[in-house]
Design a protein around this ligand. Structure first.
Ligand code: PGA
Length: 230
C-alpha cells in the first residue's frame, strides 16, 4: 500500500538550499509513495508551484486577530500547504504548547481543509516507567474518536535526532493503541531517527502508514532513498 513519507526541514535550509534540494530530489525520485515536504513557512509560497506537496510546520490556534508572530490556517492554505504538523515535540517543548491548544490548532486546520499531522510521543522517563501507552492515549484524548482521516505521527521524544530507535514491537504496540482510539480510518506514521538503513525494516515489520523524517530529509538523495524503500 502507498505510504506517506514526510520530510520535516525544521528551521533548516535557505532559498538556495531548497532550490538545489528540489533539483536533486527530482533527479533521484522514483518512489510510488506520497511525499510531503514540511518547509519553514516563508518558503512555502516561494516553492508552491514546484511539484511538491507542501506542509506547514505549525499553525495558530486562533482564526485571526491580534496575535503577532503567528500564522493562521487560512494563510497556510494561501501559501499552498495541504498538510500541517501540529504538536511536534519541539513545539511542545520550546513554545510550551499544551494538548488543549493543539486540539484548537487541529480544528483550525480542518476548517481550512488542511490535513493536520498530529505528532505525539513519550519522553524517556515515561518509556522507562513503562507508561508509554497511557501517555499516548492522553495526548489523543482531545481528538474526537469519530474524526475521519486522522493522521498521527508517533515520535518517541528520546528518539528524535538521537540515532536511538524503539524496538519494532514497541512501535507496533504504539500503532495499535493509536488505531484503537478512533472509530474511522487513521493513518499512523513513525518518526525519530529514520534513515535509509532503517526505513524499510520499520515499514516491513509494522503496519505503519508512513514515516516522518527530520535530519535525514535534508539530504535529497537520502530522503529519496527512504521514500523509495518504504
Ligand atoms: P529526526 O526528526 O528524523 O531528525 O529524528 C524527526 C522529527 O523531529 O520529526
Amino acid at each position: 500500500m502507498t505510504k506517506l513519507v514526510i520530510a520535516n526541514f525544521k528551521m533548516n535550509g535557505s532559498k538556495d538550499f531548497i532550490e538545489s534540494w528540489i533539483q536533486d530530489f527530482f533527479l533521484e525520485q522514483e518512489s510510488a509513495n506520497d511525499v510531503v515536504v514540511a518547509l519553514p513557512s516563508p518558503y512555502l509560497i516561494i516553492f508552491n508551484d514546484r511539484g511538491l506537496t507542501l506542509s506547514g510546520q505549525n499553525v495558530s490556534n486562533e482564526e485571526s486577530g491580534a496575535f503577532t508572530s503567528q500564522l493562521s490556517a487560512q494563510m497556510l492554505k494561501d501559501c499552498g500547504a495541504k498538510y500541517c504538523l501540529i504538536g511536534h515535540s519541539e513545539a511542545r517543548q520550546f513554545l510550551k504548547e499544551k494538548n488543549e491548544v493543539i486540539k484548537q490548532k487541529f480544528d483550525q486546520l480542518i476548517q481550512e481543509s488542511i490535513k493536520p499531522i498530529l505528532c505525539i510521543g513519550e519522553p524517556l522517563q515515561i518509556k522507562e516507567a513503562a507508561k508509554t501507552i497511557d501517555y499516548l492515549s492522553e495526548q489523543l484524548d482531545l481528538i474526537d474518536s469519530d474524526e475521519e482521516d486522522v493522521i498521527v505521527a508517533y515520535e518517541p521524544i528520546w528518539s528524535i535526532g538521537t540515532g536511538l530507535m524503539p524496538e519494532i514491537e514497541d512501535i507496533q504496540m504504539a500503532v495499535d493503541s493509536i488505531r484503537s482510539k478512533f472509530h474511522k480510518t487513521v493513518k499512523v506514521l513513525y518518526g525519530g531517527s529514520v534513515n535509509s538503513s532503517n526505513a524499510q525494516s520499520i515499514t516491513d515489520k509494522t503496519d505503519i502508514d508512513g514515516l516522518l523524517v527530520g535530519g535525514a530529509s535534508l539530504n535529497p538523495k537520502e530522503f529519496g532513498k527512504i521514500a523509495q524503500l518504504c
